[in-house]
Design a protein around this ligand. Sequence first.
Ligand code: F6P
Length: 742
Amino acid sequence: MRLSLRFIIPLAIVLAAIAYAVVPLVDKLTLKWFVRDLDIRSTLVANTVQEPLLELVRAGSKNKMVAFFSRITQDERLFAIGYCDSSQNQLVATKTFPQGLSCRDIERFRDPGPQVLDSARGPLHVSVQDVEREGTRIGRLVLVHDMSFIQRRSEETKQYVFYFFVGLAAVVSLITVVIAQLSWRGWMQGFHALLRGEGLLRPAEKINVPELRPLARDLRSLIRDVKSEYRPRDEAQLTWTPETLRSILRQDLRGDDILVVSNREPYIHVRRGESIEVQRPASGLVTALEPIMRACSGTWIAHGSGSADAEVVDKNGRVAVPPGNPAYAIRRVWLTKEEEAGYYYGFANEGLWPLCHIAHVRPIFRTGDWNQYIEVNRRFAQAVFEEAKTDDPIVLVQDYHLALLPKMIREKLPDATIVTFWHIPWPNPEAFAICPWRAELLDGLLGSSILGFHTQFHCNNFVDTVDRVLEARVDRETFTISYGRKLTAVKRYPISIESPPSESLIRKTVADCRADIRLRHNLHPDHALGVGVDRMDYTKGILERFLAIERLLELQSRWIGKFSFVQIGAPTRSSIEQYQEFDAHVRALATRINNRFARGDYVPIILKIEHHEPEQVYEYYRAADVCIVSSLHDGMNLVAKEFVAARDDEQGVLILSQFTGASRELPEALIVNPYDIDQCAAALHVALTMPQNEQRDRMRTMRGLVQEFNVYRWAGRMLLDAASMRKRGRLLEKTPAQTRQG
Ligand code: F6P
């Protein structure tokens, strides 16, 4: 149908344009013909009346002449007749003769002058004919024809032409639709037949040519492969759900086992006196991967960092999770305090973290930390080797803690498909080059089959860095890097969240969340509320956010006592000095601002620096009027997407830093530069005064985006790419070595 419309609409436009051009043309032409007819008619009448007229002129009887003329004008079209003698001052005419048309005037109507006179009763055709006696002109006969019938006919002609084109358009459209439908159906049938291996293969079977049978078989299997690759790749057709992922695993990956490796574990067992509590850490990585693992099963290898982690595992360091509803296993890797200090706090978080986030904190590189980093990566590689059930597992390596792992896995399991995802930004080559072990890090990462980043910008930075630092072949068209006889594809996979969120997170209504949170903080039911949810990290722009709140209260005093901001801060990396200092700064700034604007019970900033479970965080998202994400630099930032996913009431405003990956996907947020305090204060005021329908329009678009590009799609795309890589690998293995080149 759409295809047909695509034909019909342009066709209708073309026909309308032709009609528009043709109708005036036809009109002009018919007018010309009619005028010519009237000319001929006038000459005929003049010739016919010549004799009797000469008699009447000779007799000099004007009355008789008028009576004669009146008889002739009985003709319905001949409207008036007049006679002018040669002295041009004697006009003898019928009563109908146009007033104001004198014997002198008639001169201008002589051929080839204009023959149409505009009168009060419409256009008149005026023809002036000589009256001669014995070859001498004695006067002029003026014949005036009524032209209104021409106008009537012209109208009719226009109508007929118009109907003709409408009819033509309908007929041509009908023919076009029929032909288009027939050929589309035929083409599609042909295509389907081709995909089924018919058409091409049947004739070979029918004519029973045994030589062609192997070719037919190969072709059929190739078509099957193409088909299976083609179907799930048609991303627009799919709503990405856990079931979609499961079917990719079943069909495209033939049920192959999945191993996820990350530093952070999704469930942490913590001892609280006599009992053991399970915590879910504040981590974008965990938020994204946990639903994937619930859908796919498999094993998640991670550092066992909880105080009671060792108490709940089996002899292989494994525990089934989620607690109470197990769907997959965590395999815990144990680290000593020294290892954790060097690998996690030291090299990963004092070195790589500030190196990759341009947040003006100087990276610290210590050789001791680097050695621990190598050692711990080796420990993770050993765990992968132990957990792999086959020689060619699919291993999803996560983040900057494990940059050396891909190559280490490749050495132990050369046939593994290793998909590494770098969750933080990748800086430009100059910035990265200050790392003393830059080449080793790149060498480790290029053990991956696929290396993923959130944005194309980070992919470009990585490829540029490799180009600068290593002797590698970089293909910028396919975005692949060939290094040490091994190919790595560098790809963009913007990470996301589970959307719609799980039922437990949005069970409580928005109205209840609003009322309960305000009650909890002793606020009026109409009190405006902002929320920020972050790890207490200097990259998150929490200080800048507070300064913007202070500026808002300075500039718009109406918000003093009417607006508060809840900052949820998850404690993080607290044994690192910069983090301790940052924590102290945040608290001090909040206190200073609160002291400045406090009125009775009222404080503008409510600090909640403690661990919050996802249900508690969602309650704040749903209670807030505005959420601020003001990172100074962030790979993606999933808080922005969580806030959007939480707002099924389509209300609430998101203020989002332009330095997050999320800002590229959510332009309907109020995008700000967190370093520009005045701009952020203004954005806050705009957010707090934004009409409900504008909030709805923005929120609806953002929710659509987050739902469409949810975390199942993120993981699904990586798994599909891994699947086609494996398929290609298998095909290559079957190809004889001498034909492999090129
Ligand atoms: O952004 C990188 C990242 O690994 C995230 O995935 C996560 O939000 C955060 O760091 C967690 O940090 P940590 O594991 O050190 O608490």
